[in-house]
Design a protein around this ligand. Structure first.
Ligand code: SF4
Length: 273
């Protein structure tokens, strides 16, 4: 008779710690208990910002780029044609598009195996938009400690104008994002003129409002909650990692000793000379 193996016995034997979710920390995932990000600077942050600028510029300018008598990138749903510069993709070419997406997905997996979460850190739209929103947050509400204090304060004129300015700027960025996104499907000039003169169709207003709310919610309120709970890429990233993958990790040998030590002693303890 074979004895059924119990994973807990195995863990005990192998000294593997079984992760037990701590219910008392569930509040950490409550959007109200938000993380107050401290501004940091340095080479990699600068690079992240610059990558964000490049991605944003592409996104904003591409619908304005002309190509003959049409815009260079135009997903014409009414005519079922996707124009990408000189290339026109018809419905029967969608298998090509599927192949392109497959190649892009495998490219992403390949990069993830070597360089870890570079996509998340440098180019993911969630990161780029969150950076922009945090920039406005800092401009109107100040650095991290000031923001914490402001949130704990009772309502006053000072708090009201700062919060109003922050949310107005977030909504403006979200509206620009939404109209730009829709202008990949409706020619830009036509879209903006119809939108401003209130002559656009109900469907256009619906999608612009929808994407405005989605952007405002994602980058303003959800931020890391999106990554933790909703992003499919985050779910299977760990499957692509091996011991040579670059990851940003916490080095307990450097960070866990809480007592004050002189820099020289600390370097010696950590094996740095
Ligand atoms: S986890 Fe997903 S949403 Fe979050 S930064 Fe990475 S790819 Fe973007």
């Amino acid at each position: 008779m074979t004895k059924e193996s119990n994973p807990k016995d195995f863990a005990k034997h192998q000294r593997i710690k079984i992760h037990q979710p701590d219910a008392s920390k569930a509040d950490r995932f409550n959007p109200r208990n938000r993380i107050y990000v401290r501004a940091i600077d340095g080479l990699w942050t600068k690079l992240r910002r610059q990558m964000g600028w490049v991605a944003m510029s592409f996104f904003l300018l591409l619908p304005w780029l002309p190509w003959g008598d049409r815009q260079a990138v135009w997903f014409d749903l009414a005519q079922q044609k996707f124009h990408v510069f000189g290339l026109t993709i018809w419905p029967q070419d969608l298998t090509l598009l599927a192949a392109l997406f497959t190649i892009a997905a495998f490219g992403l997996f390949f990069v993830t195996t070597y360089l870890g979460r570079v996509w998340c850190g440098y180019t993911c739209p969630q990161t780029v938009w969150t950076f922009i929103f945090i920039w406005f947050e800092e401009k109107f509400e100040g650095a991290r400690n000031k923001r914490i204090k402001l949130d704990q304060m009772p309502w006053s004129f000072n708090k009201l104008w700062r919060k109003t300015a922050k949310h107005t700027s977030w909504l403006l960025v979200s509206l620009i994002t939404a109209t730009t996104f829709v202008s990949y499907f409706i020619p830009s000039r036509e879209l903006y003129i119809d939108f401003i003169t209130l002559n656009a169709s109900g469907a256009i207003y619906f999608w612009i409002i929808f994407f405005t709310i989605a952007t405002y919610g994602n980058a303003g309120w959800m931020r890391e909650i999106m990554c933790i709970h909703m992003c499919p890429y985050a779910r299977f990233q760990a499957a692509m990692f091996d011991k040579n993958t670059y990851i940003v990790g916490y080095d307990s040998a450097r960070g866990e000793t809480r007592a004050f030590t002189y820099p020289k002693a600390r370097s010696k303890r950590n094996g740095i000379r």
